[in-house]
Design a protein around this ligand. Structure first.
Ligand code: ADP
Length: 455
């Protein structure tokens, strides 16, 4: 379904956005950590160098006391610190090896630049210059093992590498649930919209009352349905009125023509013209009648009295009534095949369907042909088929013949309005069923009515 792919697309872009933002956030976090760590270390080392100068600046010439004081105050070994005091390349004091053995003080080269930070293996080092009373430039290097900070940075990176996918997964699942919840009312509306038919035109889309955009859309669609409903009713009332108005003058015309036709002494040409006019008047009368039926059906939206109808019995009755017509045309009507099949519906309307289908079958079947009616039940659907051995229907017009006024050009003497099948299909649909036409392989056609079967 389309909307599902919209859901997935939203989820995909949401995930992609989170991935990019999460990646950026992680990179910035690591960057910021490095920056602040450098700053803190620099400040710490600077303060320690100042302290070393404050303590040892005055006793530079007494190495024993210098060592004793600095070792006591800073315990560089235990604290993994590095302190070195040098003058012109000669070392006055250098701290012992750290307990964590992260560096060897003997491997740390003397600084090239007088001041600034440097990193020697895992040692962070700051060099500061102090001026002794005698004018000598004293270099104090203060350092500490960077192992702790490295470990913290490593842990931070691992936490982000694990946390990011977990966060993405959680956001994806959460996003999916949210999107589904947001779409749920749309699904309900789609199902309701699919269920709206001409049989229940007053049904409207359900509104959740949440007041969101979907609700607004539902309200707009409902208003549109109201307008369509009223336009449709207006149109069908108009054709009902027009058909009704046509009936009376048409029957007067027909009566008058019949009256004139009874006059003796009319020439054969006049008689032929009168017969033709009469045929047309009859056709117009039938058309008006059919139009009236159609518009009435539309206006009551197929809500008729529903009773239990035996389709077998209805078929037998209709076949008996049309047998004279078939005899006249020398078409053989066979007894219906199959068992009694029950449906719930309007008997009169269902009979109209059968009359139309069997009448058509007789009409479009040449002399010597056969018309067969069969009944069956398949998967709780009653099926009635009217099959003939007539002229058949071109495959490309099988749908068109159900359109109002659509007729395939037919032979002489075949009259009709092109409304019969359209009415029949409307009746079937109003009963929750279908009417389909088929062209038979060996010539002829068959029409199948399918209706919900009654147990
Ligand atoms: P009408 O029979 O009044 O013309 P319908 O709506 O009943 O109108 O039928 C529409 C058209 O479908 C007919 O004009 C005819 O060409 C075709 N048709 C209907 N039933 C059959 C049939 N049994 N065999 C062949 N053609 C048919």
């Amino acid at each position: 379904m389309k909307w599902r792919s919209v859901e997935l697309r939203l989820l995909f872009f949401h995930g992609l956005l989170l991935l990019v933002l999460g990646g950026l956030f992680s990179a910035l976090t690591i960057q910021a950590f490095g920056y602040f760590e450098d700053e803190i270390v620099r400040r710490d080392l600077g303060a320690r160098a100042d302290e070393v100068w404050a303590i040892g600046g005055s006793i530079l010439d007494d190495p024993a006391q210098l060592r004793e004081l600095l070792d006591r105050r800073f315990s560089p070994g235990g604290e993994n610190r590095f302190i070195r005091i040098s003058v012109n390349g000669s070392v006055l004091y250098q701290s012992a090896a750290p307990a964590d053995e992260s560096f060897d003080p003997r491997d740390v080269p003397l600084p090239r630049a007088a001041t600034g930070m440097r990193h020697v293996k895992s040692l962070d080092l700051l060099t500061k210059v102090f001026r002794a009373d005698d004018g000598r430039a004293i270099l104090i290097e203060s350092g500490q093992s960077g192992r702790l900070a490295e470990a913290i940075r490593g842990n931070l990176i691992s936490a982000l590498l694990v946390g990011l996918p977990v966060m993405l997964l959680a956001a994806g699942v959460g996003g999916y649930i949210l999107i589904r919840q947001a779409w749920a009312p749309l699904g309900v509306m789609i199902r309701a919209a699919e269920a709206i038919t001409f049989n229940d035109p007053h049904n409207r889309l359900p509104l959740s009352g949440a007041g969101n955009r979907l609700e607004v859309l539902g309200q707009a669609l409902n208003r549109m349905l109201d307008r369509l409903d009223s336009a449709y009713q207006h149109a069908s009332r108009f054709s009902a009125d027009a058909a009704h108005e046509l009936r009376t003058p048409l029957s007067i015309i027909r009566g008058e023509l019949e009256f004139i036709a009874r006059e003796p002494g009319l020439s054969s040409e006049v008689r032929a013209s009168l017969a033709s006019c009469l045929d047309e008047a009859v056709r117009l009368g039938e058309m008006a009648e059919n139009l009236l039926t159609l518009s009435r059906m539309d206006s009551v939206w197929g809500k008729h009295e529903h009773a239990r109808v035996n389709l077998l019995e209805l078929a037998q009755e209709t076949l008996a009534q049309l047998s004279l017509l078939a005899e006249e045309k020398n078409v053989r009507l066979h007894d219906p095949q199959g068992h009694a099949v029950f449906v719930s519906g309007d008997r009169g309307r269902l009979k109209q369907v059968l009359v139309n289908l069997i009448d058509n079958a007789i009409k479009y079947t040449p002399e010597g042909g056969h018309v067969r009616v069969a009944l069956a039940v398949h998967a709780a659907r009653a099926r009635l088929t009217v099959k003939d051995t007539g002229v058949g229907i071109p495959a490309d017009q099988l749908d068109d013949i159900f359109r109002r006024f659509y007729r395939i050009s037919t032979g002489r003497g075949i009259t009709g309005s092109g409304l019969g099948l359209s009415i029949a299909r409307s009746i079937c649909q109003a009963h929750g069923g279908t009417l389909m036409g088929r062209s038979e392989g060996g010539g002829g056609s068959s029409f199948s009515v399918e209706l919900p079967a009654e147990r």
